[in-house]
Design a protein around this ligand. Structure first.
Ligand code: ADP
Length: 644
């Protein structure tokens, strides 16, 4: 067949116009597209040669060769892949077979296309990206085996192309780009090298280039031979590392290789805590290689930290920080996802909306959670070390990842009244050792174990033998807002609302006692209440206390001291919320105060004692007191009096 000139399909020409008129600011990606096509072509012949070895023609030294030629101003991309026959060239290059093309072009037109590069990203321009940097493109290609006729295709990207038979010697495809004047930089060795390194490093076939170096000849012992001049030495160098570890079978990758790759992508000095390598098939096809680090990075809680995973599409690099792949509470996870479904030119805007990405994310999260669950169940000690590094972030998930809440609840660990400092319990452990008469899960929030351990709120729990969890991370205040029950048991703060720890009989008895005390001391209670009216909402007798004289209690939905402290630390305005002062009717102070009150209801000591009670309650919960001077003066006076 002689050379024929043909018109591009309308849609192709429209697409070409968009490409040429710079929809992409990043021109480098043309090379990525062509290398990716070449790699796909090699994938295909490798597959097809299984059933027809004649296709190989003995040429199976897989490689993608880049040949820059400064004299001619051309860049050649050659592969020894499957190649195309003429019908295939016509079908693949020159028409767009994809459905929805027309509608897509229409939407591009309507939406002032040049402002919408993300739209074209959805489409994937592939081969046509060549026209971003070249004003003439020649493609020569030949299939192997019986269908051995070669084909030459050429276009200036201006509406038409020519196609003819040719006698290409080598099987595969060779694309020659006649670079536009302003893109001659793509002939530069270092430019080509850096693009390959950046975008195509993990292509599993060697991407090679002939490198010529000038050398001075040396003698056998390496000495310079005078007057010998210089010689030029050319050798083919591989530009990419080819290490698509994630694309390899798990059984083929050694622990060292996994670790080395982890260090490469994370810049971490330590080996990872766990490696998760898996592939998904079905509605979403992808491979993922994820790493859970062993140590918390110093910037885990800063905003400007690089987040996200590396995203590849069919082994072609797309992004090194795709945040959409991983939720924020798993931001410490490192790794690579290689999707088979996404278009190569997927843009940021698309990533945010893409259903495939959402599916991938869901699957990754599931895998990470199941890995951690397994470690927790099988190697609890190791899990504890991990939790100490990352538990704080993981807990954010309880608030934000509703779908996985139940699974995440199994992963959380806390210290508690029955654990020694530094050792941790899970909710499951907690529930399994709850005494029969305990109906709820109890916790106390505060700034540290040391503070909460001293809290008078714990007295009644100790007396009853009920375990109380220590929630001492600032994030815990939010955690308990979302995690309100576990295994159908309510989580309840020990310093909030009314407690119902007792059996019906105990309750009756305590209530009776409380009423009696309330009656007996009613005048004293209203005197204390009056003295503290600006500070507390109510003064009442408590059934929480056994040893201490008093404590402060928040309403069921009010703000507790810890939350108040955190909000203040975050420079938030804290609404004025008064709490309830609970008194221990059995405590000697109450008896003393009652005696003073009986003698002289207007005794000044009563107001002083009321203030001291309130300040005591603040101090024991770890809060600061408003007037430390007055507090110390009163205590000093009491000390002096006691000594008299
Ligand atoms: P995509 O790669 O997204 O399918 P392209 O426009 O880049 O879109 O390529 C269209 C088709 O042309 C490819 O699907 C492939 O069948 C064929 N093709 C492109 N480059 C090559 C190549 N180097 N070797 C063999 N076939 C190729």
């Amino acid at each position: 067949m002689s050379k024929t000139t043909k018109q591009f399909q309308t849609e192709v020409q429209q697409l070409l116009d968009l490409v040429i008129h710079s929809l992409y600011s990043n021109k480098d990606i043309f090379l990525r597209e062509l290398i990716s096509n070449a790699s796909d072509a090699i994938d295909k012949i490798r597959f097809e040669s299984h059933s027809d070895e004649s296709l190989l023609e003995g040429n199976s030294d897989w490689k993608i060769k880049l040949i820059p030629n400064k004299d001619a101003g051309t860049l050649v991309i050659r592969d020894n892949g499957i190649g195309m026959n003429m019908a295939e060239v016509e079908e693949n290059i020159g028409t767009i077979a994809r459905s929805g093309t027309k509608a897509f072009m229409q939407s591009l037109k309507e939406k002032a296309s040049s402002d919408n590069p993300e739209l074209i990203g959805q489409f994937g321009v592939g081969f046509y990206a060549s026209f971003m940097v070249a004003d003439r493109v020649v493609l020569e290609t030949r299939k192997g085996g019986a269908a051995a006729d070669g084909c030459r295709w050429e276009s200036n990207g201006d509406g038409s192309y020519t196609i003819e038979e040719c006698s290409c010697e080598l099987r595969g495809t060779e694309i020659t780009l006649y670079l536009k004047e302003e893109f001659k930089e793509y002939l530069d060795e270092w430019k080509v090298r850096s693009i390959v390194k950046k975008y195509s490093d993990y292509i599993q076939y060697p991407v090679v280039m002939d490198i010529t170096r000038t050398e001075t000849p040396k003698g056998v012992d390496g000495e310079v031979i005078e007057g010998a001049g210089t010689i030029e030495k050319t050798e083919e160098q591989i530009l990419n590392s080819m290490k698509a570890i994630w694309a390899r079978a798990k059984s083929d990758v050694t622990d060292e290789e996994y670790t080395e790759f982890y260090k490469h992508i994370s810049h971490d000095y330590d080996a990872p805590f766990r490696t998760i390598h898996f592939s998904a098939e079905g509605t979403s096809e992808f491979k993922a290689l994820l790493y859970l680090p062993a140590k918390k990075p110093f910037d885990l809680f800063t905003n400007d930290r690089k987040k996200g995973l590396q995203l590849y599409v069919r082994r072609v690099f797309i992004s090194d920080k795709c945040e959409e792949l991983i939720p924020d509470y798993l931001r410490f996870v490192k790794g690579v996802v290689d999707s088979s479904d996404l278009p190569l030119n997927v843009s940021r805007e698309i990533l945010q909306e893409d259903v495939q990405i959402k599916r991938i994310q869901k699957s990754l999260v599931g895998k990470i959670i199941s890995t951690l669950t397994e470690v927790k169940e099988q190697k609890f000690d190791e899990y504890v070390t991990f939790w100490k590094e990352f538990g704080q972030v993981l807990k954010e998930g309880l608030h934000f990842d509703y779908a996985n809440k139940e699974k995440l609840q199994e992963l959380v660990l806390f210290e508690s009244t029955t654990s020694e400092a530094g050792s941790l319990v899970s909710l499951k452990d907690y529930v399994s050792r709850m005494p029969e008469n305990q109906k709820e899960i109890y916790y106390i929030t505060g700034s540290s174990r040391e503070t909460v351990e001293q809290s008078p709120h714990l007295e009644v729990f100790r007396a009853k033998g009920f375990e109380v969890l220590f929630l001492t991370d600032p994030v815990d205040e939010w955690v308990v807002q979302s995690m309100t029950e576990y295994q159908e048991k309510q989580l309840k703060a020990v310093d909030r609302g009314d407690l119902s720890l007792d059996s019906d009989e105990e309750k009756l008895e305590k209530e009776k006692k409380r009423e009696e005390a309330q009656k007996e001391f009613s005048d004293l209670i209203s005197l204390i209440g009056n003295q503290l009216k600006d500070k507390v909402k109510e003064v009442r007798f408590s059934n929480r206390l056994t040893d201490s004289a008093c404590c402060l209690v928040a309403d069921e939905y009010g703000m507790n001291a810890n939350m108040e402290r955190i909000m203040k630390a975050m420079n938030q305005t804290v609404p004025d919320s008064k709490r309830i002062l609970e008194l221990n009717p059995d405590h000697a102070i109450l008896k003393t105060m009652a005696a003073i009150h009986q003698k002289d209801a207007a005794a000044p000591a009563l107001t002083d004692y009321s203030d001291l009670l309130y300040d005591q309650a603040l101090l024991t919960e770890g809060s600061t007191i408003k007037d430390p001077l007055r507090f110390t003066r009163l205590v000093s006076e009491l000390m002096v009096k006691a000594a008299q």
